[in-house]
Design a protein around this ligand. Structure first.
Ligand code: NAD
Length: 279
């Protein structure tokens, strides 16, 4: 087992802290989720990123229960799906997530997508603020929000989102959106941190050069780049060797020049949906 304390944490505007490295469970079949999550917890992961739409919150909850890890050592995130946005539906959706996870609170609860055609973010956020005030989630945030979505939300609410979880990897870095997050005091979480396996990270010279120099894999170099850039990541894998590999990124350090070289790789190449269009 790796020491969970090797993972650095960042303080969010909620005043709670989040481990910079976690385990994401998107596209993990329910039948594989409990086993993989138990392995991640055994290896030292203490941060798990799930969502109601992933359909595996119950299995994440079962793994947490089986692991014997104290609740206060864990950081658990879930997300509200688009069809559950709205004053009358958000609270019940949150209750269902908590129930499936078997927890009394989550550490972070997110609006999964802005879904602009629904125009329900304002009323939905008001429910999240109430859940936060009640202590049922220790922080609230958003995902896939564009600058316009952030501005509209912040103008009409009292709590600034703690995080904005956005697609972010070497070929799609969203620098302007990262800057917008920073300007508002919002932490950037990078989803698809490895590019979701859609392209070969070793084909990027800036990455493969570092991999050779430090004796690490391209995936480890990219995760290290995210962490040194003060982002939060939760790569997904169902395989123990890869789970271990992705955790083993705290014994080397990229130079500022190496970080800058990877940051130059951006091609604006989105892999997932466009938030303007997903409703
Ligand atoms: P990812 O970038 O983590 O890539 C996952 C792919 O990379 C898988 O195919 C996996 O087998 C492979 N991989 C993982 N580790 C590897 C290694 N060491 N070597 C070689 N290949 C490796 O993509 P993701 O799973 O889509 O994103 C991570 C997490 O982000 C998700 O699990 C989920 O929690 C979250 N997410 C959020 C949103 C959102 O809309 N908020 C969308 C997608 C994902």
């Amino acid at each position: 087992m790796t020491n969970p304390h090797t993972v650095p944490s960042i303080r969010m505007n909620s005043q709670t802290t989040i481990p910079q490295l976690g385990f994401g469970v998107y596209l993990l079949e329910p039948s594989k989720t409990q086993g993989a999550t138990e392995e991640a917890l055994e290896l030292g992961y203490r941060h798990i990123d799930t969502a109601s739409i992933y359909g595996n919150e119950s299995e994440v909850g079962a793994a947490i229960a089986a692991s014997g890890v104290n609740r206060d050592e864990l950081f658990i995130t879930s997300k509200l799906w688009n069809s559950d946005q709205g004053t009358s539906t958000t609270g019940a959706a949150f209750d269902r997530s908590l129930d499936k996870l078997g927890l009394g609170y989550v550490d972070l609860y997110l609006i999964h997508w802005p879904a602009p055609a629904l125009s329900k973010v304002g009323e939905t956020w008001a429910v999240l603020e109430r859940l936060f005030d009640e202590g049922r989630t220790r922080a609230i945030g958003v995902s896939n929000f564009r600058p316009i979505d952030l501005e509209q939300l912040i103008a009409k609410s009292s709590i600034v989102p703690a995080v904005n979880q956005i697609e972010l990897h070497p070929l799609f870095q969203q620098r302007e959106l990262q800057e917008e997050n920073r300007k508002h005091g919002i932490l950037t979480q990078a989803w698809g941190p490895l590019g979701q396996g859609l392209y070969d990270l070793s084909s990027l010279t800036s990455v493969s050069d570092c991999a050779t120099e430090y004796g690490k894999t391209p995936q480890q170099v990219v995760l290290r780049w995210h962490v040194q850039e003060q982002r939060v990541v939760f790569p997904k894998s169902a395989h123990r060797p890869r789970l271990a590999e992705n955790f083993d990124i705290f014994d080397f350090e990229l130079t500022p020049e190496q970080i800058a070289a990877i940051s130059q790789e951006d091609k604006g190449q989105r892999g997932g949906p466009d938030p303007a269009e997903l409703n």
